[in-house]
Design a protein around this ligand. Structure first.
Ligand SMILES: *[C@@H]1O[C@H](CO)[C@@H](O)[C@H](O)[C@H]1NC(C)=O
Ligand SMILES: *[C@@H]1O[C@H](CO)[C@@H](O)[C@H](O)[C@H]1NC(C)=O
Ligand SMILES: *[C@@H]1O[C@H](CO)[C@@H](O)[C@H](O)[C@H]1NC(C)=O
Ligand SMILES: *[C@@H]1O[C@H](CO)[C@@H](O)[C@H](O)[C@H]1NC(C)=O
Ligand SMILES: *[C@@H]1O[C@H](CO)[C@@H](O)[C@H](O)[C@H]1NC(C)=O
Length: 739
């Protein structure tokens, strides 16, 4: 067979295929293909990532030929796992301390195995130490055009080795075709109260961009998500996007480097800073998963795929998420009404107020345990306060259950106040270095979840309270970055603590879910920390931000909806903003929280009859729309912007395109200009849709008509009700109708 004949196989199915005569594997998804191959000299390289192929093209792996005598070819090879060693000078993914002071690897192909429909393992070994092995793992999500990658390092040598850096993968989008082809990197920046703000920057030759968290967990400052898109130009319509995210809950890094030839390499995984893992002879280590995908449908295409992928893996892991028709509950959380003053009487009175509104889950927050009257004491003492709950939490749980609601409780199990019985008894359970200050943040230290006895204590306390008090839901909070990360009384590498702690957290959630399969868990980390794809395999939902001002929430939800399934992204209706001389109507507050899971956090003690009635109306409308909102695809018709623009609109569409919910907002514009119509997307051209619009009144449909999908998508929906006013908003429900 000559190099350019093609094996015609027009029906190349989704899944993984090996080329019949070459060491080349085709990972075929619905709309993309990823091809890797082993070159004759043993290097495993990427051969294609992008458009779906229809045949097993003769892609023969070769290391890029030498172009200039100064450039060793291996430097520019698109190696799937570029390890430190040899003449490799671009971003590395793996670095190992071998015996005899050697720190170089030369990983070469030694075999491959396709497992089932969607798994591929490629075996590598080090050139001169063939018992040092690395297995590359690929798992293909064919529906969402995404590939999950990780690898296992196995030390078959007779001496120990240390891993100094073990990022999960390297990805290589195709090289830019010409100097005019510009590409933009989209990332998410943030801070507490200000999470997931979308940023974009042009990729320039010779520049590396890094996003990271060094705090021990996925924090607010940056999110482990990237998207690289072609910038439209006269020669390039520009819709191709490469995007990805990490499924890891510890410190992490992602770097995108572009060289002068326009080659982009993206590496990412566990942060290498202070990372260490020792492999004794015979031991192995598997990295977290780095997931990436391709779409030619622009950012909206990427925004649809990552949440669907996250949902698929969440459904595979959690009993509570298996059934799409079990919806996330409307919750009430009493924090803003009482803060630390959580007493039986006050909670009963709030529960009595919440139930008739249509609330389905009543949650008590911080303050119910130990000597917890403010944030300086009690954290760690997970026993109901005798003063506030003389008979424990069970009587309150019974009362809430009798009202027809589920009962939820807040925990922050990893943290401890030095002023607590737990710390007085076990000062050595926290993270610390001998002779170094134990720096407090928010009056807290952090327990070392790498220690089995600490995990046992937390598991025992949390599960006992759940069992004794009939708890249906827990909110697991975490408010303090790591410091003093090490292991005591541990005869291994103390740097392993970073990984042991991150795994300890997941392990605890997994144990709770195993013991209580119907328990719902919300992950919270002083607002939107710990929002990553790994936590969604253990928790049902995440708390997106402590900032509940609804206009701020729109920009936060714009970023977070790039990776969170809508049902997992919770938003509360609160009074936030009212004290800044701004009046934001209750309708606007509800509409912004209608984008995902709905909560009410306002102080119900201060709600007027009229507000209670309006709340009841919005909750009832939300229940009607929630099948679309929670199971659909969330996209943005008008992105919210922090500058200049005063409108925003989202659209959530059911997978069958028969229904959609559009939420449209007009913020505090100083201009009186009319609002342009919003143009829906993803409708069926030839179907007729019934359009219903609500403005300030949940009990009154402000406008109602029927129109074809084609006309709606072209002409748009006019929203004159939002003109010339501050903080006006609309809910628009589209449903396919037969007349
Ligand atoms: C693949 O490339 C190698 C080295 O360039 C060459 O020796 C081999 O014949 C090629 N195989 C095919 C089937 O084209
Ligand atoms: C093994 O080491 C020898 C010299 O020490 C070198 O010549 C040879 O290329 C190495 N082999 C591989 C596969 O790295
Ligand atoms: C915080 O709570 C503790 C325990 O109840 C109490 O001793 C302390 O005075 C409180 N501090 C403040 C500032 O209220
Ligand atoms: C709201 O309620 C709290 C007590 O729950 C009270 O201190 C506060 O003054 C009330 N605010 C208004 C505006 O009524
Ligand atoms: C709430 O308000 C609506 C519309 O104003 C009214 O029809 C309804 O009877 C009210 N419900 C209650 C419980 O007051």
């Amino acid at each position: 067979m000559t190099a350019w004949t093609v094996i015609v196989n027009a029906a190349l199915d989704t899944g993984i295929h090996k080329h019949p005569s070459l060491d080349t594997w085709f990972m075929v998804t619905k709309k993309s293909t990823y091809v890797v191959g082993a070159s004759a000299d043993g290097y495993v390289v990427n051969l294609h990532w992008g458009k779906r192929l229809t045949q097993l093209d003769n892609l023969n792996a070769t290391v890029t030929p030498k172009t200039l005598s100064q450039n060793p070819p291996i430097t520019y090879a698109l190696e799937e796992l570029p390890a430190f060693g040899g003449l490799r000078y671009r971003e590395h993914a793996l670095k190992v301390d071998l015996p005899n002071g050697i720190r170089e690897l030369n990983l070469l192909y030694s075999g491959a195995k396709i497992k089932g429909d969607n798994l591929l393992d490629i075996e590598l070994h080090d050139g001169n130490r063939t018992d040092f092995k690395v297995t590359l793992h690929y798992e293909v999500d064919t529906e969402n055009d995404m590939i999950r990658r990780s690898y296992t390092v196995k030390n078959g040598l007779s001496d120990r080795v240390n891993l100094d850096m073990a990022l999960s993968a390297a990805w290589h989008p195709p090289t830019a075709l010409n100097v005019d082809e510009k590409r933009e990197l989209l990332t998410l920046a943030g801070e507490w109260n200000n999470e997931a703000q979308v940023q974009s920057t042009e990729l320039k030759p010779g520049v590396a961009h890094t996003i990271e968290s060094t705090r021990g967990f996925t924090d607010h400052v940056s999110f482990p998500y990237f998207a690289i898109r072609q910038v439209p130009s006269d020669v390039n319509p520009g819709t191709e996007v490469y995007f990805g995210t990490l499924a890891w809950g510890g410190s992490w890094e992602i770097t995108a480097h572009t060289n002068t030839y326009g080659q982009i390499r993206i590496t990412g995984g566990m942060h290498h800073l202070d990372f260490g893992w020792t492999l004794e002879p015979g031991e192995s280590f598997t990295t977290p998963v780095f997931i990436a995908g391709f779409t030619d449908e622009g950012i909206p295409g990427a925004r649809r795929r990552v949440p669907r992928h996250a949902r698929k893996y969440q459904q595979a892991s959690l009993q509570t998420q298996k059934d799409d028709s079990v919806y996330h509950p409307i919750l009430y959380n009493s924090w803003e009404a009482v803060t630390f003053d959580v007493t039986y009487d006050k909670q009963v009175s709030l529960a009595d107020k919440a139930a008739p509104l249509g609330v389905e889950l009543f949650v008590i927050d911080d303050g119910w345990f130990g000597d917890r009257d403010n944030d300086s004491a009690g954290l760690g003492d997970w026993y109901p306060s005798k003063k506030k709950f003389p008979n424990g939490l069970k009587p309150l749980a019974d009362h809430v259950h009798d009202l027809g609601m589920k009962f939820g409780v807040w925990f922050e199990p990893e943290s401890v106040n030095p002023n607590s019985n737990l710390y007085r008894e076990h000062p050595d359970w926290v993270l610390y270095y001998d002779g170094v200050p134990r720096y407090e943040a928010r009056n807290q230290l952090l327990l070392n979840l790498g220690k089995p006895e600490v995990q046992d204590y937390i598991y025992d306390r949390v599960s006992s309270i759940i069992e004794e008090s009939d708890i249906d839901y827990i909110k697991w909070d975490m408010n303090r970055p790591f410091q003093g990360v090490t292991m005591h009384d541990y005869d291994r590498n103390p740097r392993e603590a970073w990984v042991l702690i991150a795994r300890g957290y997941h392990n605890l959630l997994a144990k709770l879910k195993k013991r209580f399969p119907d328990l719902w868990i919300e992950s919270c980390s002083s607002g939107g920390g710990r929002m990553d794809l790994s936590v969604l395999e253990y928790a049902d939902q995440v708390w997106t931000s402590d900032n509940t001002r609804p206009d701020a929430r729109l920009t936060i939800q714009y970023g977070a909806s790039l990776f969170l399934p809508p049902r997992a992204m919770y938003g509360w209706v609160t009074d936030s903003g009212e004290d800044d001389n701004v009046h934001i109507p209750l309708s606007f507050r509800f509409h912004s929280s209608f984008m995902g899971g709905l909560g009410v956090g306002a102080n119900l003690n201060n709600y007027s009859e009229k507000e209670m009635n309006e709340t009841t109306g919005w909750i009832s409308l939300y229940k009607r729309l929630r099948p679309v909102i929670q199971n659909g695809d969330l996209d943005w018709l008008v992105p919210p912007s922090r500058e200049g623009q005063f409108i925003a609109a989202s659209q959530t569409t059911s997978h069958d395109q028969q229904e959609a919910v559009i939420l449209a907002f007009r913020m505090n514009s100083p201009f009186s200009a009319a609002l342009n119509p919003v143009r829906p997307r993803y409708l069926k051209d030839d179907a007729l849709y019934r359009v219903q619009i609500w403005l300030e009144d949940p009990y009154k449909i402000a406008e109602e008509y029927t129109m074809s999908g084609a006309l709606l998508m072209h002409k748009g929906i006019s929203l004159v009700g939002l003109n010339n006013a501050m903080f006006k908003s609309a809910v628009i429900y589209l449903k396919e109708s037969s007349n």
